[in-house]
Design a protein around this ligand. Structure first.
Ligand code: HEM
Length: 453
C-alpha cells in the first residue's frame, strides 16, 4: 500500500495554502511531485490528487460502493442536511438521484429559459451607472431568483423575497472558508459565526418546510395532480421503485441542496464568463454578431455555438469547483498507486483542465478550442463525473447562456480596472477576487431583447 508523495509541511501550513492560494498551491505540487500527489490537512484523511485522464477515469468509473462521494462530502453535511443526495452513498444515493434527475433533464430547459431571461432583465435594470460595481453580486441575485422560481415554483412576491433574504443571510456566513473546518463548527452564542449560521439555517428550514407543506396540501385537494412546471411539483409527485414518495425531511434537504449547489456555483461561473468576455480581445464583438443574427428566443440562444463554447471555455479555464473526491472504503489501485482504505482519491478539475497535452496554450482563454471538438469526460469535467455527475449540469449551462445573452443584448460593460485578478475561495467555490468589477457604459431598454420572435 502506498500513497503518492506530497508536501511534508506542517498540516496547518498546508491548510493555509489550500484555503488562501488553492490554485498556485496545486500547480506547485504538480510541478514538484508530478501528476499524482498527496496532501494532508488536520483531522482529515490524506487525499491523493490525480489529473491524468486515465486516473480520473479509474475514479469516475470505479465501484460506487467502494469510492464514496457522500463520505468525501461530509464537511458539507451541516450545510445541506443528512438526507441530501450529496451526502449519500450506495443504494440510498441511487434512490434519491433517480427521483431528482427527471426535472433536470435537458428537454425541460425550454420551460425554464424565460424565467432565466426575466431574472436577468430585473438585475440589469438595477445595474448602477457611473460607479464601478461587482457583477458577481448581481449574478447571485439572478441565480437565486431562478432557483426560487424554477425549482420552488414561487411567484415574485413577499414569500419569495423572505426566502431569498433568509438564504442570502445564510450563505453570506456559510461561504466563509474556515467554517468548513469541523473545529469552527461550534455554537458559541448568537454572535459567533456558527451560532449565526445555525440561526439562519433554522429560519430557512422553517420556510422550506412551510413551502413543502403548503404544496402537499394543494396536492391533496387536486386528485388530478399539481399544476406547474417547477422542480418541486415534479418531486412531490415522484415515487421510488417501491412506490414511496420523498418524505418532508428528504425534500427539505434536497431543496436546500439545490439552493446551495445551484445558486453560488452558477453565479460564479457567470462572473468568470463576463470577466473573460470583457478582457479577451475580439470575443465580445463576435458574440454580439452571433446574437444579433436572428431572433432573441431561449430556443435560439441555447443553440448559439460561440456562446456555448465561451461558457465551456470559462468552466475549463476557471472551474468553479476545483476538485471532486471519493473516500475509499477498500484498497483501490488508481494510476499505478495501491491506495489504502480510508484515504481520499481526488480528481483535480483545475489541473486536468490545464494539461498542455490536451489543451494547447492552456492558460489562454480560447473558446475556439471547443468549436467542433469534443473533449472526453475525463479531460473536461467541470461538473464531476460517473454516477455522481452534477444533476444540474444542463440547467446551469442553459442559465449561463440565457443570462449572458441578455446582458450582452442590453448593456455595454467595461472592466473597472486592469489589475490582475485572482481566484479566491468562498466555501468550496473559487470566485474572482474583485467580484468581476465593471462599469456600465450603456443600457438598452428591455424591448431590445424581446422574448417573442
Ligand atoms: C456552473 C454551475 C455548476 C457547477 C460547476 C457544478 C458542479 C458540480 C460538481 C463538480 C458536482 C460533484 C460531482 C462529482 O462528485 O463527481 C456537482 C454535484 C451536484 N450538483 Fe452541481 N454544479 C453546478 C450547478 C448546479 C445546479 C444549477 C444544480 C441544481 C439546481 C446542481 C445540483 C447538483 C447536485 C444535486 C449534485 C449532487 C449529485 C450527486 O451527488 O449525485 N448543480 N455539481
Amino acid at each position: 500500500m502506498a500513497l503518492p508523495p506530497g508536501p511534508r509541511t506542517p498540516a496547518l501550513v498546508t491548510t493555509y495554502h489550500w484555503i488562501r492560494r488553492p490554485q498556485p498551491f496545486l500547480t506547485e505540487c504538480r510541478d514538484t511531485f508530478g501528476p499524482a500527489f498527496t496532501i494532508r490537512l488536520p483531522n482529515l484523511p490524506p487525499v491523493a490528487i490525480f489529473a491524468n485522464p486515465d486516473d480520473v477515469k479509474d475514479i469516475f468509473t470505479g465501484d460506487s460502493d467502494t469510492m464514496l462521494a457522500g463520505r468525501f462530502n461530509l464537511s458539507l453535511r451541516a450545510f445541506l442536511g443528512d438526507h441530501s443526495v450529496l451526502m449519500l452513498d450506495g443504494r440510498e444515493h441511487l434512490r434519491q438521484r433517480r427521483l431528482l434527475l427527471p426535472p433536470f433533464h435537458g428537454e425541460r430547459m425550454t420551460a425554464y429559459g424565460r424565467i432565466m431571461i426575466d431574472a436577468a432583465h430585473d438585475a440589469i435594470d438595477r445595474f448602477p451607472f457611473r460607479s464601478p460595481f461587482a457583477v458577481h453580486g448581481y449574478m447571485q441575485e439572478i441565480t437565486l431568483h431562478v432557483i426560487l422560481r424554477a425549482v420552488f415554483g414561487l411567484e415574485e412576491g413577499p414569500r419569495l423575497d423572505a426566502l431569498a433574504e433568509a438564504v442570502t443571510n445564510l450563505l453570506e456566513i456559510a461561504v466563509w472558508p474556515p467554517l468548513l473546518l469541523p473545529a469552527m463548527q461550534r455554537d458559541l452564542g448568537p454572535w459567533s459565526p456558527w451560532g449565526r449560521f445555525l440561526h439562519y439555517k433554522r429560519q430557512t428550514h422553517g420556510m422550506l418546510l412551510d413551502q413543502i407543506r403548503r404544496r402537499r396540501a394543494e396536492q391533496a385537494t387536486r386528485p388530478e395532480g399539481l399544476e406547474g412546471d417547477d422542480v418541486l411539483t415534479l418531486l412531490l409527485q415522484a415515487r421510488d421503485e417501491e412506490g414511496q414518495p420523498l418524505t418532508d425531511e428528504e425534500l427539505r434537504d434536497e431543496l436546500m441542496t439545490l439552493l446551495v449547489a445551484g445558486h453560488e456555483t452558477t453565479a460564479t461561473g457567470l462572473a468568470w464568463a463576463l470577466h473573460w468576455i470583457l478582457t479577451t480581445p475580439g470575443i465580445e464583438a463576435r458574440l454580439r454578431r452571433e446574437l444579433a443574427d436572428g431572433h432573441f428566443t431561449p430556443e435560439r440562444i441555447a443553440r448559439l455555438e460561440l456562446l456555448d463554447a465561451v461558457v465551456r471555455e470559462t468552466l475549463r479555464l476557471q472551474p468553479v469547483l476545483p476538485f471532486v473526491g471519493r473516500i475509499l472504503d477498500k484498497p483501490v489501485r488508481v494510476g499505478g498507486w495501491d491506495l489504502p482504505a480510508g484515504v481520499g482519491a481526488v480528481c483535480s478539475i483545475y489541473l486536468a483542465h490545464k494539461r498542455p497535452e490536451v489543451y494547447t496554450e492552456p492558460d489562454r482563454f480560447n473558446p475556439d478550442r471547443f468549436l467542433g471538438t469534443k473533449f472526453s469526460p475525463y479531460e473536461f469535467f467541470p461538473f464531476g463525473g460517473g454516477i455522481r455527475r452534477c444533476i444540474g449540469m444542463a440547467f446551469a449551462l442553459h442559465e449561463m447562456k440565457m443570462v449572458l445573452a441578455t446582458v450582452l443584448a442590453r448593456t455595454i460593460l467595461r472592466p473597472a480596472h486592469d489589475r490582475a485578478i485572482r481566484a479566491v475561495r468562498r466555501n468550496i467555490t473559487l470566485t474572482p477576487s474583485d467580484g468581476c468589477s465593471v462599469v456600465l457604459k450603456r443600457r438598452a431598454p428591455r424591448s431590445t431583447a424581446a422574448h417573442a420572435a
